[in-house]
Every structure is written in C-alpha cells, then in structure tokens.
Write a protein that binds this ligand. Sequence first.
Ligand code: SF4
Length: 470
Amino acid sequence: MKETSPLNLYKQLPQTNCKECGEQTCMAFAAGLIARTKKVEDCPPLLKDKKYAKKLAALQSTVAPEVRMVYVGVGDKQLKVGGEDVMYRHQMTFFNKPPFAYDVTDTMDEAKLVERVKKIATWKKFYIGNWERVEMIAIRSVSNDPAKFAACVKKVQETTDYPLILCSFNPAVLKAGLEVAAKARPLVYAANKENWKEVAQLVHDFNVPVVLSVPFDLDGLKSMAVTFESAGIKDIVLDPGTAPNGKQLQESLKSFINLRRAAVEEAQRDIAYPTIALPINAWLTTQDPVRAAYWESVLTAAFVIRGGAIMVKHSIEAHSMMPDMHLRFNIYTDPRKPVQVKPGVHNVGTPNAEVPMFLTTNFALTYYTVESDLGSNGINCYLMSINTDGIGVQASVAGGQLTPQKIKDAFDESGFKWEEQKYPALVLPGMAAKFSGELEELFGGKVKIMVGPEDSGRLGEWMTKMWPPK
Ligand code: SF4
C-alpha cells in the first residue's frame, strides 16, 4: 500500500460514521486500514451497497500490499506470507515474519517421523514477552512414491495441525499428497520448467498456493509467474534459487533483493510475489552436522534480511535455531512502536508481605532484563512497570516520561496495598535515584524509598546488603 494518508483513504469510504466497523468514525477506520488493524471488508456498508462499488474497487486496489499476501494453512494457525510494502524496515515496518518450515521426509520410519513432528510443533522459546515458535512443516518426498508420500502426509496431519509444504517435483506425488491434505491449504513446492503444466492444473483443481521454482533465472521465473497468473492462479510464491555457498550464493541474495525491489519500488505487478528461501541447502555443503547446522543458521539470517518470506530448514538444535529466532523477532517488530509490556504491578516468583517492590519502565527489553535478573537470583518480589511509552529508564528520566508524580499515580491506579507489607519500601532503579526525596513526600512518608543498583545484574548483591531495610 503506497498510501500513508488516512485522509486519502477516507475519500473512498461512505463517510457516514455509522460505527458498524467498530470505529467511531470513518476517519478512524481509514487510519486502521493504514495500520492494517482493519480490512476493507470490515466496513459493511461499503460491501453491501452497490452505489459504493467504485469506491470499494478503488480502495481495494489502494490498500493491496505491494508484495502479494498469500495465505497458507487454515484456522488459527493460518499463515500470511508476503504482504510487505517497503524495501527497508525503517521506511515503515515489516508485517509478516517469514515462517520457519522444518523438514520431514516420507522415508522416515513412523516412530521417528512422529517424534520429529512433535518436536517441531512443540518447540518454543520465551523472548522479550513473546513465545517464539516454528510455524510450518515441509514434507519432502524422498521416495518419489505417491503412496508413501500420501501416507506420510496423513501421519503428519494426525500428529499436528501446523500448515504444510508438500515438496516434490513429481506431479503424481504432489497429487497424492493433495488428495490427503488439500483442505488444509498446504503450499505446493514446486512447479518448475519440466512439470509446470501438470502442477498448474493440480493447484487450480485443488485451489492451493504454489511455489514456482526457476533457480538462477529471473526472466524465466517472471515468465512462469505471468503464465500462472493468466491461468487465474494468483497465490504464488517465488523460488529464485538458494545456493548454499560461493558466487551463486551472492547471485541468490541479489535475486531476493531484486525481486523485492521490483515489487515495492518499481511496481512490477507481474513479479510482485513473496519468495521462499532454502537454508536447508547448507546440508549439501558438508558431512559434518555441526558445521551444517551452523551454516544453515547463517544462511537463514542472510535470507531473512534480504526479505525471504518463508525459510525451509532442517536443524532443530537450539544453537542453530535461537540466533535466527531472535534475528527474525527483532527485524519484524514495528520500529515505530518500542516493544512494551503491560504497565502495572507484576509478580516475580512468589511474593509475600515481606518482599520488596522494585520499579522499572514498560520498555520490554528493560523489563525482561530486570525480571530475569531478579528471577535468576531467586528474588521473590513485586515489579512495577511504569508506562513510559516503551522508553527505557535512563531516557525516560531525561525525557520526562518517568517522573515522581507518574510513579505515584501508577501505584494509586494499581490499588497496591502498601499497608499489608511488613516493609513498605519501593526500590528505584539507580538511574532514577534523584526522584527519592520527591517520592518520599508524595507517599507522605508511608513508603520508604530505596535506591537500587544502576545495573540490574547486581540486584542479588543489593538484596544481600540492603534487604530487609533497617
Ligand atoms: Fe465508516 Fe464504514 Fe465504519 Fe461505517 S462501517 S463508520 S461507513 S468505515
């Protein structure tokens, strides 16, 4: 969506302020369209009343993302792939983080298959207030046997409801997989120069999204995309080739950048589709599993940064997955809004009437650092996070987002009962030490104000020396 002014979108709305969309005004709805918290379909009058047909068409075309959004899977695990509007994150934000798809094969014995699928589907890591997870399973046909592939797809579906990628270049194998799983809207990998006619027919018949694979030939890829689109197949993902090393890796990375640029800066609609990268190809470069897992992680990082919209991977060891999970999380947070936690009083461990109340801001990075330092030192306590619009302690003290009055108001709103505490004491971060005197006054002497360390890593030492207060 190139449009960034709500006023221009407002012109295409009915302008009745009927509130049916859940917003108070059409202007608020227009702002929601830009922020992608609202969809055009959320405005019932625009959809129902024929007199708005022209406005509806204009609005739909204006708000369509520059890179087509492709839906894979169904239900609450359905994934949005692509749908980006900008080349660089700082120009606005990226919206849909690339799902990580971990592979299984149709030659695995059943027990191992089920065990791996369960491992993939249950993997999670808590990071800055979110559970990071794997999102997809890529089922690779190694046997090239339609019956074996169908049985494998069936077993995976019995074990998890994760969205799937069905991987084979053999149309008969793909057909067998689709007969089992088409209702779950899997992504088909892939149509190539040899099989594209049969695969086009299959994805048309089963109404599922498809990857077009034409490695290291962007003109060929474009021409195949045009052919598919002219056949009415629009849910397309592009595979421009993922070389695992050497000069061809350089070419691969350039192709990903060029495809994104063609979509968002040059408005080449016939190639404006999301891309799939195969960091799993790292396993072609070495027999050593540790080196392969490491290189797979490096390739994933390189392709996430270049805008790859799906990553197909193999290594589920923590040392390979964690760096990519963290990188992806940070790239796909909205740079316009710092990551925040809910303001208010939080429990750390099992607090009781004899524990201290620590204070920090609602900037997620600060909050979770303090919380983790408290937790790892075995400190049971309360932790108040003050709403500073997601700004850290030092900057918010300097910028006026954290003030003694704001702290007092936050406690009043929280309803925290100081009188039930044996030692009613509030521990300020060292960087907010200058608020001590004013806070003592604001609390009317009923709460002792203490000053903690500047670095939360030293909270354990601080507790030993300073708690309980004398
Ligand atoms: Fe405006 Fe449509 Fe919302 Fe009604 S439903 S307020 S017409 S945007």
